[in-house]
Write a protein that binds this ligand. Sequence first.
Ligand code: ATP
Length: 200
Amino acid sequence: HRFSVGLTGGIGSGKTTVANMFAERGAAVIDTDAIAHQLTAADGIAIAPIRAEFGDAFITTSGAMDRAKMRAHVFSDPTAKQRLEAILHPLIRTETMHAAAQASGLYLLFVVPLLVESGTWKQRVDRILVVDCDEQVQIRRVMQRNALSEPQVRAIMATQASRQQRLQAADDIILNDSDPATLVPQVERLHALYASLNQP
Ligand code: ATP
């Protein structure tokens, strides 16, 4: 059993930024969001079951899932969301475990955006690391990066766990609401801790 950390945080909190810093220091980083994207990209293994369940209308001419269309569909229809998740979640689990088995690194670090919302992920990791961010800062960053309005960002945040719920689930917290340089000592302290906890 390799020591495993689950890294989570709200949209735009800095998960990818922080995960890259752990990877540079030798952690085996497995990004479940990237895996989900691959599954639904052209020729991804989720395309055939999605086509069978939702029809050709949800597959683009290049053979990928039509993300914008599917997002709108599952937003307006909760049962569609469940049906999509029933297809994706087992595939994400299998692909994630496959990636973990092949990864070399001092310990495993899984990036899981909705970890706090997911009972299974909470059980599967040894430790939960939350990237925390002031909500105003978070909203400003996502508005800039994705060209969204504040109400649009707030609507996405409303579908995720609250800042308070995430902090309650956390074993460790990285605060990312100022200069990126402030991340370095926080990452280095936790990297040393995780590497030491991986000892057999
Ligand atoms: P998502 O949930 O959307 O995948 P994320 O949690 O992975 O996002 P990042 O992509 O790492 O977050 O960061 C969100 C945006 O904020 C990016 O554009 C990133 O460059 C920027 N950013 C992250 N940390 C900082 C910081 N400390 N100062 C300024 N900008 C930052």
